[in-house]
Ligand binder design. Structure first.
Ligand SMILES: Cc1cc2nc3c(=O)[nH]c(=O)nc-3n(C[C@H](O)[C@H](O)[C@H](O)COP(=O)(O)O)c2cc1C
Length: 329
């Protein structure tokens, strides 16, 4: 393979925050309509083919569609000029100006999971992928996204934050995969392991990253269980587990509440619920999760995401705040 993971990366180039190259918004880009009937799509952006090799590995493992996300204007061959342009584009993105991207996708309908891969540039997601996600955010609403990346050594966490804010209505698989120059050689094993961990495979339908709709909730030394709904908000909740939080008492043991950060996606999920004891809900105007200990009156702003099984709610029907841990079964 022709990867050049040994290309020198020189941090600390001078910043010249100008309008990035790439011209205006006129759309002479290729619009791609994925045709595969598979459940997975791999989107990737790559300049020196490290990320591309990862993308190909995922495609081979899952036998799925793959699309390269390219800048409208190819990057300069001169390495320093390229670094300078990347910095200009990142500075422009901070001002809300995205470089033109040469790849467009009509629809992501039918895909259970969209894999999004990119190199890390100055700690961030490479600009072509940022621009692509920015342009396709509404089409990716409600979709599950799994992030993978390569870098010289930097971490992936800043780019996860960028992806989440670029696509606030998508659900993110909690496990990501980063290969750095020292782990690129382990690509084959690491990719296979990751796909296994998130439940992505060629075989029977799965909810990637979410193996079961059932949740264990540890309360003190007791473990109660809950069954989650099949909606985007519940899937987003499941993708955050394991999660340890303090449930605040609300209105004298009527509800136990907490505020997920960032708030759970509520896009495309039916609202309206007459809560009964044990219901796990989101109160959409405030973005908090509310677990009902008592009956409540109907609210069009409540979204049900699950229910505590049996009489498990008794464990939460206590005065004051309660520390709990949610875990997938
Ligand atoms: C413009 C630019 C900025 C980069 N910034 C970083 C960085 O901040 N941290 C890092 O570890 N590697 C950085 N790198 C190295 C790339 O992340 C790494 O070589 C990656 O594997 C390249 O992926 P690709 O072959 O798919 O393009 C940078 C590379 C370029 C070209």
């Amino acid at each position: 393979c022709g990867g050049s993971d040994n290309e020198p990366f020189t941090p600390g180039q001078p910043e010249t925050p100008e309008q990035p190259g790439g011209g205006d918004d006129t759309d002479d880009s290729d619009t791609l309509a994925p045709e595969g009937s598979g459940r997975y799509l791999v989107l990737y952006s790559s300049r020196t083919s490290n990320t591309e090799r990862m993308a190909r590995q995922i495609r081979t493992a899952l036998d799925c569609d793959m699309i390269e996300v390219e800048p409208q204007m190819p990057y300069e061959n001169d390495y320093n000029a390229m670094l300078e342009r990347a910095q200009e584009e990142l500075a422009a993105i901070e001002q809300g100006r995205y470089p033109a991207v040469g790849t467009s996708v009509d629809s992501f309908d039918g895909y259970d999971i969209v894999f999004v891969g990119y190199p890390i540039w100055y700690g961030s997601m490479a600009t072509p992928m940022q621009a692509f996600l920015h342009e396709h955010a509404s089409k990716l609403a409600g979709k599950r996204i799994a992030l993978f990346a390569t870098s010289g050594g930097s971490g992936i966490s800043a780019s996860i934050g960028e992806a989440r804010s670029l696509c606030p209505e998508a659900t993110f698989v909690d496990r990501t995969l980063l290969l750095t120059s020292s782990t690129l050689s382990q690509m084959e094993g690491r990719v296979a392991e990751w796909l296994d961990e998130i439940g992505a495979g060629r075989e029977e339908p799965v909810t990637p990253g979410i193996s079961s709709p059932n949740v264990n909730i540890s309360v003190g030394d007791r473990t109660i269980t809950a069954t989650m709904e099949d909606n985007a908000a519940a899937r987003d909740f499941l993708s955050r587990l394991p999660l340890e939080v303090t449930l605040k008492d609300y209105n004298q043991t009527t509800e136990k509440i907490f505020y997920p950060s960032p708030a759970l996606t509520t896009a495309g999920t039916a609202r309206g619920c007459v809560p009964i004891p044990g219901d796990i809900t989101i109160y959409a105007p405030w973005g908090n999760v509310a677990i009902f200990c008592k009956n409540g009156s109907r609210s069009n702003d409540l979204i049900k995401i699950g229910h505590i099984d049996g009489d498990g709610i008794e464990a939460l029907r206590v005065a004051g705040d309660v520390r709990v841990k949610f875990e997938r079964q």
